[in-house]
Design a protein around this ligand. Structure first.
Ligand SMILES: [Fe+2]
Length: 495
């Protein structure tokens, strides 16, 4: 049976047909495809409106279509606010007990939001059996589930509403509802604070609902500081995970997904408790359509579908000047900053070598230069390294490859200050030839010139979602201080 899947999300709406992963934000050019949380993107406040459901409505109108193929879907609280009456009660009431539970009516297939996160991680992992943690702010019926090796679902929403807590603290600290990753950037600057720890304990012991918590404004950030709030929240997160997840361990494999699985400190911690930890690239709601497709394909067609990391559109581009990798690598070593656009775009929030900005990790000033002149974002935010897989252990204290930039670990050298965060960590991406040959080759050329087998790799964007088309790449190239642009096999210069 042919399947087509749709994620009726509050944010990051997306669809998938087994090949093409259609992440709406990349095309509408609104981050998270969410126009109404203006507070998260103050710089866009002239075009965002807090009560604007336009993009949500447009998405439903265009993609919520029943046809001959199986229509597979998930929904989230808020995502179906404008169309609840179009969804069968059986779907609205469904609460799964096992990972592969589902509901199907008239060619419409439904699973819970957290089942989709869990399935996306598990079926892409290649593990035969696995523990799975799916954890985020809110889905349909859960905030966190644990799935054991026998596929039983345990609801940990009360014990671990950590995504919700990060969102609340992110809002409170001025980073907006979806600004948890920014808040995480401050962790390294802070220190432990018992006051905050007690506050978090109190908050999560109470009743939690999706509404404004004005009482959180009473938290004394002025006295104890933003940085220590972030540090303590990170420690609290790891402590709670250890307390509630570790005793449930049923095998040596672990899969992680849900927005909280973008927390690289937490992910690294899990590698100390499980032999094998798998975290796929699109762990947030932007991967929902893939997970629900995989679930339906597994149940209905008895097929294990693995999704591609690069599942966007392939754009034609023909320039005047062919790219020379040695020359580009030399330019980076000479201090130039490069826009790097190749083939299909990545699924997920991380640039993994097809829509990247590349720079020299040896340069201690590079972080400020990129934050100030290209990304136009807060100066405290760190940049990640993409390191050749065969060399990562020489530079980073971690025990397994990290192909999707999902773990934060200690840096073992002082040779790469450009990618070393203030707490001496980095969120590493390990690259091998099979994963992305062109990306491997450009890092390898830089290695041959400098002896350093890595590049600074950050997403190719300026105050927008990651660039999708060559035209958007050129527009961003022209409006920022990027020095050179590579599109597929061609170089684009400014003059
Ligand atoms: Fe989610």
């Amino acid at each position: 049976m042919k399947i087509y899947s749709v994620a009726l999300n509050l944010h990051d709406q997306n669809t998938y047909d087994g090949v093409y992963h259609n992440q709406r934000e990349r095309h509408t050019r609104f981050k998270h495809n969410l126009p109404y949380y203006a507070d998260a993107y103050a710089h866009q406040s002239d075009i965002l409106n807090t009560n604007d459901y336009r993009l949500n409505k447009e998405f439903v109108k265009e993609y919520w279509k029943k046809k001959d193929d199986v229509l597979a879907f998930t929904w989230t609280q808020g995502g179906i606010r404008m169309m609840r009456d179009q969804i069968d009660k059986e779907f609205l009431d469904f609460t799964p007990k096992k990972l592969f539970d589902y509901v199907m009516k008239d060619n419409v297939y439904y699973i819970d939001h957290h089942q989709s996160h869990a399935t996306y991680a598990f079926l892409n992992s290649g593990f035969n059996i696995s523990d799975i943690v799916a954890i985020d702010g809110i889905g349909a019926k859960f905030r966190c589930i644990f799935v054991d090796k026998d596929k039983n679902i345990k609801d940990l929403s009360k014990e671990l509403p950590l995504g919700w807590l990060w969102n609340q603290m992110s809002k409170l600290t001025g980073f907006g509802s979806l600004g948890a990753s920014k808040l995480m950037g401050l962790v390294g600057y802070g220190s432990y604070n018992q006051y905050y720890y007690d506050v978090f304990e109190t908050i999560i012991s109470g009743d939690i609902k999706e509404k404004k918590y004005d009482i959180h404004n009473l938290i004394n950030i002025e006295k104890y500081g933003l940085e220590s709030l972030a540090f303590t929240l990170q420690k609290f997160t790891i402590d709670k995970i250890k307390e509630h997840i570790y005793p449930l361990k049923s095998c040596d494999n672990l899969c992680l997904a849900g927005g909280v699985a973008y927390n690289g400190y937490m992910n690294e911690e899990f590698t100390k408790h499980y032999n094998n930890v798998f975290i796929p690239p699109a762990v947030g709601d932007e991967g929902q359509a893939i997970g629900v497709y995989q679930h339906a394909d597994y149940v209905l067609n008895n097929n294990i579908h693995k999704s591609e990391t690069f599942a966007g559109t392939d754009y034609e581009y023909k320039g005047d000047e062919k790219v020379d990798y040695t020359e580009i690598a030399q330019s980076i070593a000479d201090g130039k900053i490069i826009g790097w656009f190749q083939g299909k775009s990545e699924s997920g929030n991380r640039a993994l070598g097809n829509r990247s900005i590349l720079a020299d990790p040896r340069n201690p000033k590079i972080k400020s230069i990129i934050n100030d002149t290209i990304k136009l974002r807060e100066d405290f935010r760190p940049f990640a390294p993409a390191v050749l897989e065969e060399h990562y252990k020489e530079y980073f204290d971690t025990n397994s490859p990290s192909p999707y930039m999902s773990r934060i670990c200690k840096v073992k050298t002082d040779k790469v200050p450009g990618i070393t965060h203030v707490d001496n960590t980095a969120r590493i991406q390990t690259v091998n030839k099979q994963f992305n040959e062109k990306f491997y080759n450009i890092i390898n050329e830089f290695y041959k010139i400098t002896g350093i087998p890595m590049l600074l790799n950050t997403s190719f964007n300026c105050q927008e979602p990651i660039v999708e088309t060559p035209e958007e790449a050129i527009r961003t190239f022209k409006k920022t201080s990027l020095d050179l642009l590579v599109i597929n096999d061609y170089v684009v210069r400014k003059w």
